[in-house]
Design a protein around this ligand. Structure first.
Ligand code: SOE
Length: 389
């Protein structure tokens, strides 16, 4: 038996498209799910733009005030993909109204907000999730399986990069539509919350809690015109951030992120090295997971002969995560599918009574690391994250 799940989305930017597409596609490819998402309402302040988006994607109605959406009895799920400074208020109001809450990353502007949001969804007992979509890249999910199976043995190193180049030009304004990620008052931070939050979420999923960090950040362009005021204003975000990390399992991590890596568009990579093997992933080549096997899991035999080397696994076979839902082996899936997978897992978790990860509590741990990174960049000292997973 299927049931409708009436969705209201707050915001409509790049993530609005990614989420809307997921709601529209999920039941076609995951027909075993009970819930059938219905695009009921789109909410954004600009009525004209909201109306156009709603028409394109097939939302039934439009509201310019998100509070009215939350008051509506015909809405089951609130999806928050508005700028970061709005997440707190919307999530808490939605939880109090008994709605399911799906929130775009980063969960919040800081730990205090993330704690309040987590408390709100937990007190209300409502299903909640955060769209850390990269966990749902089939090759990254396969890396998780490799780790669960203990195939790399004792982990020594975790190395992550997340590089882009879209803010290098000094005349890119800050603030306002599409550029709020450059405005610290709206985004909370720069690459730390926007990009490293992804890397941290993936890292802690694969390799466990990050316990302490030491960081350095830089703001290369110190002033930019603000789109709203038209005035030149100081830039408050971190344009680049590098940090060293220690994991609870004793391994060491390095994380690097910038929006000033000329030629890099969405270069999200990681490599893990353990006593028995290594894995490597690169989002610019997302169909592959590279695996180096030194000790065979089953036999314990050391693999060391004239053909020892890295294995490049094309993650498109039906035994690979999510791939039995899509095409025949060898045919690839892309960025948008990661959101469909995230949504499918969320719905399946609710239906089975096994809450999906990452939920708000999990995203709160990522927020703790982000805040510790920013605090360390200020003080220059190692900072304990306080993360416990
Ligand atoms: C920033 O450019 C951005 O859009 C992030 O906000 C997304 O989370 C990331 O996946 C792609 O890059």
């Amino acid at each position: 038996m299927t049931k409708e799940l009436n969705v209201a989305m707050i915001g409509y930017g790049f993530m609005g498209k990614a989420h809307s597409n997921a709601y529209k596609q999920v039941a076609n490819f995951f027909p075993e799910l009970e819930h059938r998402p219905k695009l009921k309402c789109l909410s954004a302040r600009n009525a004209e733009k909201a109306g156009a988006f709603a028409e394109t994607w097939g939302y039934e109605s439009v509201e310019t005030d998100w509070r009215k959406v939350i008051e509506r009895d015909d809405i089951d799920l609130i999806d928050i993909c508005s700028p970061n400074d709005s997440h707190l208020e919307i999530a808490i109001a939605a939880a109090k109204a008994g709605k399911w809450v799906a929130c775009e990353k980063p969960l919040a502007m800081n730990v205090a907000e993330a704690e309040a949001m987590t408390a709100a969804v937990e007190e209300a007992g409502v299903p909640n999730m955060v769209w850390f979509n990269y966990r749902r890249v089939p090759a990254i999910s396969l890396a998780h399986q490799v780790m669960e199976e203990g195939r790399i043995g004792r982990p020594y190193h975790y190395r992550a990069t997340y590089l882009q180049d879209w803010t290098i030009a000094e005349d890119v304004p800050q603030g306002g539509a599409a550029l709020w990620r450059l405005d610290a008052d709206v985004a909370g931070s720069g690459v730390t919350g926007d990009l490293l939050a992804h890397s941290i979420d993936t890292a802690m999923w694969l390799n466990g809690p990050i316990t302490r960090v030491v960081a350095d950040t830089e703001t290369f362009v110190k002033e930019r015109i603000h789109q709203d005021s038209g005035e030149m204003q100081p830039v408050g975000i971190d344009d680049a951030c590098m940090f060293l990390a220690r994991f609870a399992n004793g391994s060491m991590g390095t994380f690097e992120s910038t929006r000033y890596a000329r030629g890099r568009k969405n270069f999200n990579t990681f490599e893990m090295n353990g006593a028995d093997g290594s894995v490597k992933f690169d989002l610019e080549d997302p169909q592959y997971l590279d695996f180096f096997e030194y000790t065979q899991k089953e036999s314990g035999k050391k693999v060391a002969d004239h053909l020892t080397g890295w294995r490049k696994v094309h993650v498109t076979n039906s035994e690979h995560p999510y791939m039995d839902k899509w095409w025949v082996p060898g045919c690839t899936v892309g960025y948008e599918h990661t959101f469909i997978h995230a949504l499918a897992d969320f719905l399946a978790g609710v239906e089975k009574g096994e809450p999906v990860q990452p939920d708000f509590r999990s995203a709160l741990q990522t927020q703790r690391v982000c805040d510790a990174v920013l605090a360390s960049a200020k003080s220059g000292a190692w900072v304990e994250t306080g993360v416990s997973l």
